[in-house]
Design a protein around this ligand. Structure first.
Ligand code: PLP
Length: 227
């Protein structure tokens, strides 16, 4: 937790420029606009994050509410125009804390969480952007709504007054990701959802080519994590 950045090739600005160039090239090759780059800073501390902010990066992602609460309020005082994304699983009892801190939540994945978010948004008056995470590889241990349950979850969200803007996925480890990204894009089209959060360090190029609107990149920007 809260490790300093390990040695990785190049400066933060150089790594950022390389990832951005890849995204621009691959998105153009696929006929898409370049996606928003979400720099996933989980486990890295403010010292590791500041160089990316200094290089112009503004969208950051975290996977734990408590860790984000400890890091980001101070960084936000230094740089007010940051956008914070929650990319990890969210427990319903942390929904209100998440709504207070994050601008976009990528991991809406079950009815109880939809209810908790609706309540938290009512109580706080905050309206973060919301994406539904889909368990695209039908993996038992993974977060995300089953594909078969997606229509009902979207309907419930609508009934509860939540505006879902898109879908998110993490394909199975060790598999060719392209078919899963294509499937997520098809599901989003079918439901009229514009945002597609897909692609990480290993496959952000493929995701950009297949129309991602948000890629979530950690280690390619910060170096390896040892947790
Ligand atoms: C950690 C994480 C990422 C970033 O992973 P890298 O492989 O380091 O780029 C992206 N999405 C989610 C949901 C994550 O938990």
């Amino acid at each position: 937790m809260h490790l300093p950045a390990p040695a990785v090739a190049g400066t933060a600005a150089e790594r950022l420029a390389a990832v951005r160039a890849t995204l621009a090239r691959e998105a153009a090759a696929g006929g898409h606009a370049p996606p928003t780059l979400v720099a996933v800073s989980k486990t890295f501390d403010a010292e590791a994050i500041r160089p990316l902010i200094a290089a112009g990066q503004r969208h950051f992602g975290e996977n734990r509410v408590q860790e984000a609460e400890a890091k980001w309020p101070a960084l936000r005082l230094e740089t007010p125009d940051l956008t914070l994304h929650l990319v990890g699983q969210l427990q319903s009892n942390k929904a209100e804390a998440a709504v207070r801190l994050f601008d976009v939540i990528h991991s809406v994945d079950r009815p109880s969480l939809v209810q908790a978010l609706a309540k938290a948004m009512g109580r706080t008056g905050r309206q973060p952007g919301l994406l539904v995470q889909v368990n695209i590889g039908a993996e038992a241990q993974k977060g995300g709504v089953a594909i078969a349950d997606l229509p009902a979850l979207l309907a419930l969200a609508r009934d509860q007054g939540l505006h879902i803007t898109g879908l998110m996925c993490v394909p199975p480890v060790g598999r060719e990701p392209a078919p899963y990204f294509a499937l997520l894009a098809k599901l989003a089209r079918r439901h009229g959802l514009a945002a597609l959060s897909m692609g990480m360090s290993a496959d952000h190029d493929i995701a950009a080519r297949l129309g991602a609107t948000h890629v979530r990149v950690g280690s390619a920007l910060f170096g390896p994590r040892d947790v």
